[in-house]
Design a protein around this ligand. Structure first.
Ligand code: A3P
Length: 397
């Protein structure tokens, strides 16, 4: 009994130790499985080739696919070039969108491309226009103008330029560069540097009304490019002369009267053609000088009077001449009763209505009607000649 009681307790721990060993083995197996599972899972979530992560962010920036792994294989300068290309594409898309908006919109339109204004009148370009984006990104390039408003002083040149700038494919210098008359010795590189940056398909423009009466200007512009398109805004030479005088009077109130400056000799009625206010209005004479270098078809004559009575109509002709889509229409203008002139519903780079400044649309002094009539007689033959040369009757007589 004692022997059986001695063996019985010895047999009991055996299954317990086996059970313990089994438990330990099971635990290690489970732990190994867990570790293995974790490692396998982790491997799946790790990025594969590190470059792929970089490429993904490039895709976001570019906003266009198709170049995920490719950029990582590109050398840095090619990757940068590809980025620039995509930025340009984005700008062009924006420009297309804006063109569509401007074409279909009255109040909702987003007027035109930006323009650099090196000290010129008429405000600055606002952020958000392709022109401004172009400048900020340093995209596009500065080009010599393909079209120039060459005259005439007091014809309505500022109005034409401000209206044209609404077009997304026009970029213009705001200030008058006076390159072909006063600054020619500075060279074409200086001139080009004044220009705003443009994207392909955009036209670079400037206006300097004194070119029309500058003897050297036609040859100089032609030597820059024979293909330069020229625009002249002309206005009744008598009203133009009075407008010119009014401008001088506003700066120098002590000058003699218009009547006394008009005549060399009031008694004989001899007109003083050396007075610039009179001289500028002999359009036919100045035009002869331009026709020595440019065919008449390369010059567009805009009526200063119609630019006031029907700005959209005149802008239609200008857009056609420049090979632009007719985007600027009557939807872009309203007549401002206080100003007495057409104004833009929204100016370039702004959401507000915009009229020209106080120096445009001045009240003219009353001029002796006899003198006005004498001037009408004086200009008549020159006007007739001008109508003949241009094939347009401006209706001044
Ligand atoms: P006045 O001030 O004598 O009326 P320029 O810009 O070439 O100097 O021409 C100025 C002339 O542009 C003005 O002469 C004015 O008659 C004319 N003009 C044409 N459209 C105009 C507009 N929408 N607002 C103001 N002036 C305009």
């Amino acid at each position: 009994m004692a022997g059986s009681s001695a063996t019985a307790p010895a047999a009991e721990p055996l299954p317990r130790s086996i059970f313990k060993k089994f438990l330990v083995m099971l635990c290690s197996l489970l732990m190994s499985l867990y570790v293995f599972y974790c490692l396998a899972d982790r491997c799946q979530t790790l990025p594969g080739p590190i470059i792929a992560a970089g490429a993904a962010s490039e895709e976001e920036e570019g906003g266009g696919g198709g170049y995920l792994g490719g950029s990582a294989e590109l050398p840095p300068w090619q990757a940068a070039a590809a980025r620039r290309k995509r930025l340009l594409q984005r700008l062009k898309q924006q420009q297309r969108r804006r063109r569509q908006e401007a074409a279909g919109a009255g109040p909702e339109m987003m007027p035109g491309a930006g323009g650099s204004r090196p000290g010129g009148s008429g405000g600055g370009s606002a952020a958000g226009t392709p022109g401004t984006l172009t400048s900020l990104l340093g995209e596009g390039s500065k080009r010599l103008p393909q079209a120039v408003i060459i005259g005439v002083k007091k014809g309505g040149t500022r109005a034409l330029l401000e209206f044209l700038r609404v077009h997304p494919d026009v970029r213009a210098v705001g200030a008058e560069p006076h390159f072909f008359d006063r600054n020619y010795e500075r060279g074409l590189a200086w001139y080009r540097d004044l220009m705003p940056r443009t994207l392909e398909g955009q036209i670079t423009m400037e206006k300097t009304p004194s070119y029309f009466v500058t003897k050297e200007a036609p040859a100089r512009i032609s030597s820059m490019s024979k293909g330069t398109k020229l625009i002249v805004v002309v206005r009744d030479p008598v009203t133009r002369a009075i407008s010119d005088y009014t401008q001088t009077l506003s700066k120098k109130p002590d000058i003699p009267t218009f009547e006394s400056l008009t005549f060399k000799n009031r008694t004989t009625g001899l007109i003083d053609t050396s007075w610039s206010a009179i001289q500028i209005g002999i359009y036919a004479k100045h035009l002869e000088n331009w026709l020595l270098y440019f065919p008449i078809g390369q010059i567009l004559f805009v009526s200063g009077e119609r630019l006031i009575s029907d700005p959209a109509g005149e802008l239609g002709r200008v857009q056609d001449f420049l090979g632009l889509k007719r985007i600027i229409t009557d939807k872009h203008f309203y007549f401002n009763k206080t100003k007495g002139f057409p104004c833009l519903k929204k100016a370039e780079g702004s959401s507000k209505p915009h009229c020209l400044g106080k120096t445009k649309g001045r009240t003219h002094p009353d001029i002796d009607q006899e003198v006005v009539q004498r001037l009408r007689d004086f200009y008549r033959p020159f006007n007739m000649k001008f109508y003949q040369m241009t094939g347009q009757d401006f209706g001044w007589d």
